[in-house]
Design a protein around this ligand. Structure first.
Ligand code: BV8
Ligand code: ZN
Length: 245
């Protein structure tokens, strides 16, 4: 892999990623036409009420996604961020994605704002990080209390983990280059993160990589439209010394 411009190491880089970052790996996005499963939209299924009404249906959706993720590979966009980190860049990824593709590409500084699909916790006794469920059809049960296990993700209407939020805000206050990639920027509170970062540090550089303009586009120094698996790779490979591309 061609090397990355050395003086990127001088900057604190924070990258907010969304479903569009994993789309090139074959993982459906949330709001794109590819996101539907048996004609359900993710927003209908990723809620506590959907799970309490029909846990089997919600688990079937999650087993379907887990299988897709297990069969998927990280794509060049994941790889370039991992390469930045391995090359000594101070880079932190704040991902809305629940898959483990950033980690499988080699990134270590990753915060999962909306949780992790490969982990579960028990609704009965609250025990966390129980071994990921096999993609079976039956409802996964807790080995300790036989209670129902749920995916360790943040559903709509649920609060994000307070420690992860605090760490994210601290990082945003201490960032030189904020990259927002592959997100429609409509899910809160993450959709507000770029505005929050700009308020905390008006000299921050914000770059957006997406297929379409989003509500944060007017805030950015530049919005680079195109497939992120190409655009973000060429940005960091051909970086010419000024953060604004
Ligand atoms: C909360 C985990 C407090 C589950 C997900 C104001 C303040 C606070 C809350 C709210 C608020 N207004 C409304 C709310 C409620 C809600 C919300 O934001 N609703 C929206 C829809 C209006 N927020 C919440 O409920 C949050 N909780 O704030 O707690 C609280 C508590 C109670 C009551 C009120 C407040 C919790 C939100 C987290 C929900 N969980 N996921 C799971 O995955 O199963 S969200 C889900 O959306 C995923 O995490 C996903 O990543 C995320 C964001 O979507 P995107 O990543 O942007 O994906 P999308 O498909 O939309 O877009 C993809 C983009 O990529 C597109 O632009 C596309 O063009 C582009 N693209 C595609 N391919 C490529 C590409 N770009 C480049 N290259 C490509 N190849
Ligand atoms: Zn239990």
């Amino acid at each position: 892999m061609p090397s990355i411009h050395p003086n990127l190491n001088d900057f604190k880089i924070t990258v907010i990623t969304g479903a569009g970052f994993s789309q090139p790996s074959g993982i459906p996005t949330f709001r794109g036409s590819d996101g539907l499963w048996r004609n359900y939209s993710p927003q209908e299924l990723a809620t506590p009420s959907a799970f309490s009404q029909n846990p089997s249906l919600v688990w079937e959706w999650y087993f379907w996604r887990i299988k897709l993720i297990q069969e998927a590979q990280p794509n060049p966009a994941h790889d370039i961020l991992a390469q930045l980190e391995s090359q000594g860049c101070d880079i932190v990824i704040l991902t809305q994605n629940v898959d483990d593709l950033h980690e499988r590409a080699g990134s270590r500084q990753v915060l999962h704002l909306h949780g992790e699909i490969m982990k579960t916790w028990c609704v009965g006794c609250g025990t966390k990080n129980i071994t990921p469920p096999g993609t079976s059809t039956s409802l996964p049960k807790c080995p300790l209390c036989d209670g129902l296990l749920r995916p360790a993700v943040v559903w709509f209407g649920e609060s994000l983990d307070s420690t992860i939020l605090k760490t994210s805000f601290k990082r945003l206050a201490n960032t030189d280059l904020l990259v927002v990639a592959g997100t429609s920027a409509v899910v809160y509170p993450v959709a507000d993160f770029p505005f929050h970062a700009k308020r905390l540090n008006p000299s921050i550089i914000i770059l957006e990589f997406n297929m379409e303009k989003t509500p944060i586009s007017p805030l950015t120094n530049k919005t680079i439209l195109g497939p992120v698996e190409e655009t973000i790779v060429s940005y960091f490979q051909h970086y010419g010394g000024s953060l604004e591309t």
